[in-house]
Ligand binder design. Sequence first.
Ligand code: ADP
Ligand code: MG
Length: 605
Amino acid sequence: MSRIQQLDARIVNKIAAGEVIERPASVVKELLENSVDALATRIDVEIEEGGSQRIRVVDNGEGIHPDDILLAVTAHATSKIQTAEDLFGVHTMGFRGEALASIAEVSRFVIRSRTADAIAGTELIVDYGDVGTPQPAAAPIGTSFDISGLFNNTPVRRKFLKRPSTEFGHIAEQFTRVALAHPRLHMTLTHNDRDVFDLPPTDRLIERLELFYGRDVTETLIWVENEAGGCKLWGYVGHPSQTKSNRKGQYLFLNGRPISDRSLSHALTEAYRGLVMVGRQPIAFLFLEMPPELADVNVHPTKAEVRFQDSQQHYRQLLSTIRSTFLGLPLETSLRVDASDQHQAVEAGGPHQQRLAIAPARGGTTPTRWSGSATAASDSPTYPQPTSPAPASPTVPTAEGEPWSPPAQPTTTSGGVRGIQVHDCYLVIETPDGVAIVDQHALHERVLYEYFKQRVLDEEVERQKLLVPESVELSPREAAVLIEQSELLESLGFGIEAFGNNTVLVQAYPAILRKPDFDQLLQDLADTLEQPGQSPSRRDILESLLQMMACKAAIKAGHRLTAEEMDSLLEQSHLIDDAHHCPHGRPTALALSRAELDRQFGRLG
Ligand code: ADP
Ligand code: MG
């Protein structure tokens, strides 16, 4: 074993860079945080090629004293704390003093800065860790950073960079977090000289949210507010009918710092329990404000996680604040209104609307028929109207619910399935050895999932081509992930291609989806593709997509079935290996055996 020696500062910086600077977006995050700490009122961010070429951040903040500029790029040099006690009362975004040193170690780094009382600015160049000499330079008040060739001296890191659109997506996400935390900041973002965001300063968070998410979302947001034990909680949460398939629409800020916290995420999910479908996630923009000593921010190198002194209290506060807000709102009524609107729209939909004609005939040899497409209109059946207006279950948003047409090819029901539908949601059926209760949505979902999976494996997915491609505007990140995975999506029947900055064109989609809401669909696809965790395998992604699409295409709870529809659905269930669980793992059927029935009714022997 060699003898122990002190590592030199350059190596220390490189190690820190490995931890703090994972990708171009990490640079942007650190620089934005510094500008916020410098009390800037305007920050401009310019990106080239997803940040792998160039990152420029310019602010109009306090600037750096000329005598301090070398210290700024020295590790563990900071103007933000002085003593160990200060660590427990951090009022700034930064305090570790290692970001600039780390960035300068792995890039060509130019900093220019000028304080209000200096007559000229100062420039310092650091070339992959080689620190130059500070020079006087013309500069406006504030600080600018110009970073190019990121990771060129760490080839392994550089190799891990994804394509520019993906890296830019991550940058846009970091930018968004800071922009939401500080609506009063004027912020701009460009990519390859194209304007992506120009956010005027505002006192109203909702105005900034609207720029990012559009009116459709912000109009339904619900304000929440509470104060307990010196901790203020405020912000907006989404209406239960506005959900996503992952947590990407959930933002949490602690004293202006974007954080992620498992316990608080869980509290949010709990608050919506029973109001959103299993597997769907609410939207939330929540701000916690508390004296800094109540939270330790020094537990994570990029400060993304914090440790609360009393995390139970914040859990309870978040949960009860949202719950009690919901209690005071006519949520159920508005869900009902949504559902009946949907119902009318569907009734008026006419025969040209494409509808799902359930599944393959027994044996799976006859392909599923899709009625109502332009070519198949002649043989499309007329649609049965539900026998009564589909009553909405208050706990299940039925925004996606649509009537379900009878099978284009009648299936034989000679198998003698006998069943009744109860509460427009469950089917009670006689089985050879007792009784089973089936969740209609879960079962149909399972049937479609198996069927669609087989089609994908056989490369026989029915595609619906669009004569006029549908253009969908997304966030830069969502657009990037869809384009990156367009080949995988192709195998599911999607034809998606890039069209300008944040817009994609849909040329074709899997026919199983009938007439989809493309905005929602593409967003859900992007969310599914971006599931957190180490880069999931192609198989995992495909699996999630199949589940998502089966769920979308399946009949919903609250939909009344005709006798034929019910028979057909039950008939299909024999085609699948595991009819007892929907793809999400929820049971599709509960069984009660004949013996159990007999015992319960005292019919012994
Ligand atoms: P930290 O933010 O943890 O202090 P950094 O390495 O990010 O560490 O920055 C080092 C120091 O450089 C900061 O403490 C601050 O004094 C100064 N600094 C960095 N960026 C700016 C900026 N945009 N405006 C003014 N000062 C800055
Ligand atoms: Mg910093």
